[in-house]
Design a protein around this ligand. Structure first.
Ligand code: IPE
Ligand code: IPE
Ligand code: MG
Length: 234
């Protein structure tokens, strides 16, 4: 099968899924967070090395105070339930985003998860928390400018050099980007990293996104002709 090292997912539709069940939006986020475990295990078993999940965007602060504070508490609930299992499975947790503005207790849980798993070599489970790609690129540009000013960098920066300033510097480019719940937009996610990713938009909401749906996405991916600007000789 065509190599698919890095899958990124925009985990969308928790709120609508909950509403359809007559439950509050937060109930959808809880079920959605449990599904992160299910899909991480499935992805790892399907041979994916990097799974990058969009959990909270820089724009999601616009939501109600109650919803935002619930989402900020979810990492503690999630890692309490599943961290030991992730360690046993050899997963490495990476949290991507501007973490310093998150509540202190949330930051601690996230930094602990990274610290405890930093020597693991299995699945890289990347969770994007207070992440926005425009902000990421802006911060990278600022850091580069600073390095030029301090004589650490020169003006001959190339694409590979610029990538070193991004929050995803340790990961390969995204091969497949999936968005759940039928929306067909990128919502400020991994703009640089998806330059040549294959895109798939599935109707299932995130709580309904099962390993079988992931398998279907990978099957579809395997039929795509990735040309990277070249031509296929057929
Ligand atoms: C995705 O589900 C989770 C987050 C953005 C935090 P939503 O909360 O966006 O659910 P919908 O799109 O409103 O149904
Ligand atoms: C994108 O979903 C962000 C996450 C999944 C964390 P949103 O639900 O926030 O995106 P829009 O507002 O519909 O574009
Ligand atoms: Mg949404």
């Amino acid at each position: 099968m065509k190599e698919c090292k890095h899958v990124a997912i925009i985990m969308d539709g928790n709120g609508r899924w909950a509403k359809a069940q007559g439950k509050p939006r937060t109930a959808g986020h809880l079920v959605g967070s449990d599904n992160v475990r299910t899909i991480a295990i499935a992805a790892s078993e399907m041979g994916i090395k990097y799974l990058t999940l969009y959990a909270f965007s820089t724009e999601n602060w616009k939501r109600s105070k109650d919803e935002v504070s619930y989402i900020m508490k979810l990492p503690a609930i999630f890692f309490k339930k599943y961290m030991q299992e992730f360690l046993d499975r050899g997963y490495r947790m990476n949290i991507i985003g501007e973490l310093d503005v998150l509540p202190k207790s949330t930051q601690k849980v996230l930094y602990d998860a990274m610290e405890e798993s930093k020597n693991n070599t299995g699945l890289n489970l990347n969770i994007c928390m207070n992440y926005g790609s425009q902000r990421e690129i802006l911060l990278a540009a600022r850091k580069y400018a600073e390095d030029v000013k301090n004589g650490i960098a020169d003006l001959n920066l190339d694409e590979a050099g610029f990538e070193k300033y991004l929050m995803t510097k340790d990961f390969p480019p995204v091969d497949l980007l999936i968005r759940t719940s039928g929306e067909e937009r990128i919502s400020n996610y991994l703009l640089w990293q998806i330059a040549y990713a294959e895109l798939e938009f599935v109707p299932e909401s995130w709580p309904e996104f099962t390993p079988a749906v992931l398998q279907r996405c990978l099957e579809e991916y395997s039929h795509r002709d990735r040309r990277f600007g070249g031509v296929t000789n057929e």
